[in-house]
Design a protein around this ligand. Sequence first.
Ligand code: ADP
Length: 163
Amino acid sequence: MTIAVYPGSFDPVTNGHLDIVTRASRLFDSVIMAVFDRPNKNLLFSTAERVALLEEATRDLPRVKIDTYSMLTVDYVRSVGASIIVRGLRDPRDFEHEFQMAQIHQTLDPQIDVVFFMAGHQYTFFSSSTVREIAALGGDVSWLVPPHIVAALQRAYQKTSDE
Ligand code: ADP
């Protein structure tokens, strides 16, 4: 049984992430989308919200599970009996960052391999932060994220503007 971990902030999950996890779940028996609890980023959604949004988004993917973690990624990967980290690559900028991260993971635990999926061409130009920026200004993001994420973004920015 090959278990892979797809770690990330997923703030919120986008169609780009879902494309990667759908393709990874065709290759591995089980893929855990692991929400990093405390990334060095300003988050819009809490960890519980990011998990709930991911659970809804992956309901039709039986091999995909959702979890959270707050330790070193390689320690988490080992703790769930996995030996593969899945990441997506959109462009050379991603590559530079991901190359460095993969080497760090490999140095910390040589038993763990990082497997990269090239983003589908329709997903290469956006990230969760692009989605948040468009949604914050009232733009349409329904072509970038599933419908329940559109609704969650609307609620989140409505709350912010009410405060
Ligand atoms: P992190 O904070 O760990 O970078 P993200 O949620 O931003 O978390 O991204 C997680 C992974 O998903 C990264 O490997 C990133 O390159 C990939 N990714 C992000 N957006 C897309 C997209 N639109 N298409 C494909 N992969 C993506």
